[in-house]
Design a protein around this ligand. Sequence first.
Ligand SMILES: Cc1ncc(C[n+]2csc(CCOP(=O)(O)OP(=O)(O)O)c2C)c(N)n1
Length: 640
Amino acid sequence: MLIQPGKLLATIETPEDLRKLDASELFQVCTELRQYIIDTVSVYGGHFGASLGVVELTVALHYVFQTPDDLLVWDVGHQAYGHKILTGRRQQFHTNRLYGGISGFPKRKESAYDTFGVGHSSTSISAALGMAVASAYAGDKKRQHVAIIGDGAMTAGMAFEAMNHAGVSDTNLLIVLNDNCMSIDPNVGALKDYLTDITTSRLYNKVKDEVWNTLGKISKFGKNAQEIVSKIENAIKVGLLQQSNLFESLNLRYFGPIDGHDIDHLVSVLNDLKDIPGPKILHCVTVKGKGYGPAEKEQTKWHAPGLFDKVTGEIRKKVYDRPQPPKYQDVFGHTLLELAQQNETIFGITPAMPSGSSLNIMMKAMPDRAIDVGIAEQHAVTFSAGLATKGLTVFCNIYSSFMQRAYDQVVHDVCIQELPVIFCLDRAGFAGADGPTHHGAYDIAYMRCIPNMIVFSPMNEQELRNIMYTAQLPDFKNYKAAITIRYPRGEGVMADWKKPFEKMIIGKGRKIQDGEDVAILTIGPIGNYVAKATKLLETSGLKPAHYDMRFAKPLDEELLHEIFAQYHKIITIEDGCLMGGFGSAVLEFMAEHGYAAQVKRLGIPDAIIEHGEQLELHRECGFDPTGIAKAVQALATVVV
Ligand SMILES: Cc1ncc(C[n+]2csc(CCOP(=O)(O)OP(=O)(O)O)c2C)c(N)n1
């Protein structure tokens, strides 16, 4: 289904076309761009509220700045749909996030207008500053470098590290703070309170109005702009004697707050800021989901709602005739609350993903013991470690790919200190439509090499419950180790998952089926493909054995000795990188014990795998049921 653009939007293939329009036409461009996003996302899915909230900003930025020579750096990038549509990708926009289609995030390979690849948050100021310093080094004083960052992304340490640096740099850097008071869930922390204060403070706004009145004259004064700017700054400073400004204290010229939906005002302000040299920040106040009622009202739900009826605002849900398995994240959320009700030492921590991780279930019931720390993975890990030093049982839930941010904290603050923090890594394996920035491809490899770290993946929801139960029992602390529990995005396999808890034995795998000739060793839910592969093999007469090893570390060595004694053809399967992963662990075991076997490892190769449905990506990497069956057939024919 082709989405029809409005009349003006249809004339815009690139920002060059946009810049040919009269400023008075921009309001209409915004209306049509917003409608185009609504029309497309309702049918094809994707992120939603964030892009609606920056429609005016997007149009104004491309109108005022000479993109792609001037550089726009979007933070996270989930809000860049308008940017994509205006920069040559309207015709492909219906393929957004689909296998083989365009990416849901800015991507350097995709367009010259995508100056920096994103997906993870809070990188924009650092990247834009790097570009600005490179421009200065090349003697290019005219080029503009603009980082567009949300108030959620601004909570991360990286954003502050970058501002700390930017404040002493003499670069053409403009930070546009898109303040909508929301992360995915409501934003948290003292910075949020500060931004609200600055936006609502009457004194501040009075000073600000004077500033803007003066600023409004800049364009007319041309060369005298510098002088006027210092007057503005003085005016701000007078106001700041009574109310200090965080950004000014970091040496960034602060402008705003202004209404981020007033396109005319935005254009005139950005035009003025172009003439002001040095690092500066423009604080824009916007509404997430702007222009689509349901999304403005329930902003978390409409962050990425899936397909919906744009007229009624009803989110389309699949209808089933029998109970369906729950999502792993919900099993985590409900189980944690259940355990916390019995064990009062339990705490739950999330860096800005209460809904995504389902920690919000515990947050609602026990707000004192379940904490959202903002987009701050590093802090989340060390904060958890601090709690653990005092004997608390901490479940720290971080998406696998976001955990990459906090690696040193895991090593230095948890494992070296023998602290039994329980890491729950959601979205392990292929994340799906979000693509390579979000794939949880590396965690088995990066966790299993750290001493004092146990690495486990449940094959089903019951195992997830049981390991959570086991890890919070007092005797788990005797291991003097942390544990990584990795599980994927999406639904599990058991509709009746809520069975009584059973204690698991750390480092013990299990045999699922006996077989002949070939043994398949799996870790995690990907093991559920083996039964399907076995079925596909029925006519061939091949029946592989199947072992669910459960732990990548410690390996169940007893079981491995049994397997290597019996089989000389072995396949390992993991929804993770092959290098250093579970299959590598099995190879290490084989080498150390002098076994000889043909081992075929299936998993994620040493390549960036793009976006698509999980099954499509498993197929691409050859470990979907058909790929597994083929691997069994190929190995079966090898003569050993
Ligand atoms: C390092 C990292 N942690 C978590 C996320 C998940 N995430 C995606 S968008 C988002 C909220 C961003 O909020 P904000 O910057 O205010 O943008 P908004 O969606 O409000 O426009 C979060 C937490 C991420 N992308 N990167």
